[in-house]
Design a protein around this ligand. Structure first.
Ligand SMILES: Cc1cc2nc3c(=O)[nH]c(=O)nc-3n(C[C@H](O)[C@H](O)[C@H](O)COP(=O)(O)O)c2cc1C
Length: 466
């Protein structure tokens, strides 16, 4: 028997997230994303399928060049219109019991003081089932939406994220002692001021006094996801992340990525098993190969190549025209996501990939097709390549997940590749067997760092209590 994989549903609060064009299928319901009932029904389906988390991607602007046209984006429904996932999670938290609720938030879109408060509130509402996908944004338009002239340079965005996390850890882990909340009606004291601390953070971008306004939530720090694949992205993940979402085109690429990243985790003073890897996979399942082929043909009929190319942002000019498909990627300036180009290069070692390769790769990447037993074999191969979990990418809502539950899950369970019941407790407890960050994580260093118990720390860490 194999070890069970983890399973997330990869979602976005929009009509066209990854598989562009599929919203036009007559049975697709992703265009109903404004209706909270679509999501509540889906959440229940996913809990029936014992999914570990609903993982919401998010963006805060348009794909494409700054000052570029966005005709293709809106024709495709490509992440515009789109809604805020954090607000949706509040509704999903009360409609579910077990499933984790992961959402993406970039470091530009929210001040860390406010973001940390939002997360703590959601973690209270969900009783400890919140995860955060830490992203630095790849969109020039998003930078302009938040008052910047341009996107900060690629590696410097990760430096920014380092400080952002530092502020958030101080608030989540250091500001409140565990026994600060009293709610003592007779003693007329709601909380103990000597155990609630200002953090007095002063850094390159932020000055935050504190204290954190919410009392400690079940996980304090949410489960930390990250999704960058560049060298700087991997070193960032090795320091902070508890799970990473990766997208190499095949198990061989995943093996290189996971070996490399696990070695960095150990260099960062953590244990290999402290970081879980999730691969994005789209399934095409059939009882026969003829059924699989027919389904693939139907998906191809709705596929929008233009949508995939627009999503990649590469090769699109401000007037909406495009560079020729045989343009090599090394000839296109790229301050956006770089990991996906590195993964493509690793898969075409004999030559530099072109825009045509990029489009083809985006359409075919992570598609696992076949009879249920063949799908199980392929997932075993991904697992052997170092993958701990799968982010199940949908073609259609809710069909992709209904079909997964009915036609794929039973075989995976019989093979030991999927669990048969939820573990109790918080999301971190379900995945790692603990509610809180482990002691070797940088966030844990702020426990007891602000207040009377801080006397053993170097003077620059010691700040007055409240
Ligand atoms: C599988 C995957 C999913 C991602 N999801 C999002 C997302 O939802 N929102 C976002 O702004 N960026 C997203 N990104 C972008 C990354 O967070 C990161 O900013 C980008 O990949 C640049 O980092 P890199 O150059 O280290 O790869 C995603 C990246 C990958 C590989």
């Amino acid at each position: 028997m194999s070890k069970p994989l983890l399973f997330n549903a990869f979602l976005m609060n929009t009509a066209s997230h990854i598989h562009h064009g599929q919203w036009r299928h007559p049975e697709a319901r992703q265009h109903e994303f404004n209706d909270v009932n679509l999501w509540i029904e889906l959440a229940k389906t996913l809990e029936e399928g014992l999914f570990d988390a609903m993982f919401f991607a998010d963006v805060t602007g348009l794909y494409g060049p700054a000052d570029g046209q966005y005709v293709d984006n809106v024709h495709e429904g490509l992440q515009i219109p789109s809604n805020d996932p954090a607000v949706l999670l509040g509704a999903l938290a009360v409609a579910t019991k077990n499933i984790g609720l992961a959402y993406t938030s970039n470091v530009m879109q929210n001040h860390p003081f406010n973001f940390a408060r939002q997360v703590s509130t959601l973690d209270h509402i969900s009783k400890g089932r919140i995860a955060w996908n830490i992203v630095t944004s790849t969109q020039e338009n998003a930078a302009r939406n938040f008052g910047f002239d341009a996107l900060v340079e690629h590696d410097a965005r990760y430096d920014w994220a380092d400080e952002y996390l530092d502020v958030a850890y101080k608030l989540w882990e250091g500001s409140w002692d565990q026994d600060a909340l009293l709610v003592d009606k007779q003693g007329e004291r709601y909380a103990d001021a000597s155990k609630i601390h200002k953090i007095n953070h002063v850094g390159a971008r932020y000055k935050v006094e504190g204290p954190h306004l919410p009392s400690p939530s079940p996980q304090r720090t949410p489960l930390l996801f990250q999704a960058g694949g560049s060298a700087r992205g991997i070193s960032f993940a090795a320091k902070h992340a508890e799970a990473v979402f990766i997208g190499p085109p095949n198990p061989a690429g995943a093996k290189i990525h996971t070996d490399n990243a696990r070695a960095e985790v150990v260099r960062a003073g953590r244990r290999e098993e402290d970081l879980k890897f999730f691969q994005g996979i789209s399934f095409i399942v059939g009882s026969t190969h003829a059924e699989v082929d027919a389904k693939r043909e139907e998906l191809e009929r709705y596929t929008s190549v233009l949508g995939y190319l627009t999503h990649s942002s590469l090769g699109v000019l401000p007037d909406g025209s495009r560079l020729p498909e045989d343009t090599e990627l090394r000839n296109i300036p790229n301050n956006g996501g770089q990991g996906h180009v590195d993964w493509l290069r690793a898969a075409t070692p004999d030559r530099e990939p072109t825009l045509a390769d990029l489009a083809k790769n985006r359409i075919e990447r992570g598609v696992v097709a076949g009879k249920p037993e063949e799908i199980a074999d392929q997932l075993s191969a991904w697992q052997e390549a170092g993958i701990d979990g799968i982010n199940v990418i949908n073609w259609r809502l809710p069909d992709t997940y209904l079909e997964f539950n009915e036609r794929i899950l039973p075989t995976l369970q019989a093979r030991g590749l999927a669990k048969t019941a939820y573990e109790p407790g918080t999301l971190r407890h379900k995945i790692f067997g603990r509610d809180r960050l482990p002691e070797n994580h940088p966030g844990a260093a702020y426990r007891g760092a602000f207040g009377p118990r801080a006397t053993a720390l170097p003077p620059e860490f010691v700040t007055a209590g409240s």
